[in-house]
Design a protein around this ligand. Structure first.
Ligand SMILES: *Cc1c(COP(=O)(O)O)cnc(C)c1O
Length: 411
């Protein structure tokens, strides 16, 4: 979507984004500084890729040391961090899946590639293990989903901007209303290999499903021999106050996709983690990536896993969430917002559309030294880095209150 009245794209860059008018030059922790020297608190954290803040010292150190040693081998050869990274990630996340201590890890680069990997593994498992007739596999997904931008993934998006103009679409996906476990059960038949969902929908505006949704899906999929695949690319790795959002409901998915924060805000790192009997259907020649699991990615990913293994970022997200949500609830009670929802250090806010768009609110925040981004219409998402201090978060929330009051008065 473009903003009415926005100037046309200048220069050589394709206009496939419509960014806020801020040009960032440097950053540290929760702070960024633009080319003119203005400082802003970053409440977007690159859609959770910066959950550990900008230039986290331990992560920058791991990357810098690796840059001085080895950066790329391709998977044609081995390198000395590939197995340590896979083992560490399997140890952290495996037990949170049905793969348990025996879980496998497949490293890729971007989130969309991790989702594609999960789709390919689920289909191949369906044909080779479950016995689905060739080329008939189906995967059930949720309305309002966001899983990335490849042609297969946009094939099952219901966002017209993301989808229109990119057909013909990949068949084999069934879209059912998000949050409705009965609709998932009704969409499953003998061809169904997987149910693929975000535990909490990020791009849709931080939509938290009913508490019985994931436990019911877990029971249904186990009973019908269907894989439960959680796309934790945005929700995972501390954002919701737990390592995986699925932990909030005590649910172990069969496969999880990880990305964003796994790269520590330094390099793209993604992975699929989960059941050995599913992921081992991918054999040499069937799937891969030149850069997947490269030494620099593994060095950073390993340092990220070490940070998470301490439990500290998850605890910080819970503590900061306990500051964030009551203040947002007060803004709703004070009629500054129509709605606020979320979990952990993650919130979706709905502004009364009569007072402005999400974009208007983000511009009002920008003018007050806070960076955030609209998702759709009058909804914006807050995903502060877990390294923000309580004082800094309070400062940003005061700026939000002030921006909302200004929009209410200007009405
Ligand atoms: C961002 C995101 C993706 C895609 O990740 P990219 O690295 O942009 O390809 C997939 N799934 C979810 C839930 C996401 O938030």
């Amino acid at each position: 979507m473009t903003t009415p009245g926005a100037p046309p794209a200048a220069g050589s860059l394709v206009h496939n984004y419509d960014p806020l008018r801020v040009t960032i030059a440097t950053a540290q922790g929760p702070w960024v500084t633009d080319v003119a020297g203005h400082r802003y608190l970053d409440l977007l954290s690159a859609y959770s890729a910066l959950t550990f803040g900008h230039r986290h010292p331990l992560l920058v150190d791991a990357a810098t040391r690796q840059l001085g040693r080895l950066t790329l081998t391709s998977r044609a050869f081995g390198h000395d961090l590939l197995h340590p990274f896979a083992d560490a990630l399997a140890e952290l996340v495996g037990p949170l899946t049905t793969g348990g201590r025996d879980a496998l890890v497949l490293p890729m680069n971007t989130g969309a590639e991790a989702v594609e990997t999960a789709v390919k593994a689920a289909r191949k498992w369906g044909y080779e293990v479950k016995g689905v007739p060739p080329d008939e596999a189906t995967i059930v997904v949720g309305s309002g989903n966001f899983h990335g931008r490849t042609t297969t993934i946009v094939s099952f998006s219901d966002d017209a901007d993301a989808r229109r103009g990119f057909g013909p679409y990949t068949p084999g996906f069934r879209v059912v209303p998000f949050g409705d476990a009965a609709a998932v059960a009704a969409a499953i038949d003998g061809t169904t290999v997987a149910v693929l969902l975000e535990p909490v929908q990020g791009e849709s505006g931080v939509v938290v499903p009913p508490d019985d949704y994931w436990p019911t899906l877990r029971a249904t999929t186990a009973e019908r021999d269907v894989l439960l695949v959680a796309d934790e690319i945005q929700s995972g790795l501390a954002r919701t106050g737990t390592t995986l959002a699925c932990e909030l409901w005590g649910v172990q998915p069969d496969l999880v996709t990880l990305g964003k924060a796994l790269g520590g805000g330094i390099v793209p790192v993604s992975a699929v983690v989960g059941r050995r009997d599913v992921l081992e259907v991918l054999t040499p020649g069937t799937h891969g990536s030149t850069f997947g699991g490269n030494p620099l990615a593994c060095a950073v990913g390993l340092a990220v896993v070490e940070l998470l293994a301490s439990g500290e970022p998850q605890a910080r997200a819970r503590e900061l969430g306990a500051v964030l949500h009551p203040r947002l609830a007060r803004m709703v009670a004070d009629d500054l917002l129509d709605d606020a929802r979320g979990v952990g250090l993650w919130a979706g806010l709905d502004l009364d559309p009569a007072r402005g768009t999400g974009r208007d609110l983000c511009e009002a925040l920008l003018a007050r030294g806070v960076l955030a981004k609209d998702t759709h219409g009058s909804t914006i998402r807050l995903a502060p880095p877990a390294v923000i201090s309580v004082n800094e978060l309070e400062t940003a929330l005061s700026a939000l209150e002030d921006a909302l009051s200004a929009l209410a008065e200007a009405r």
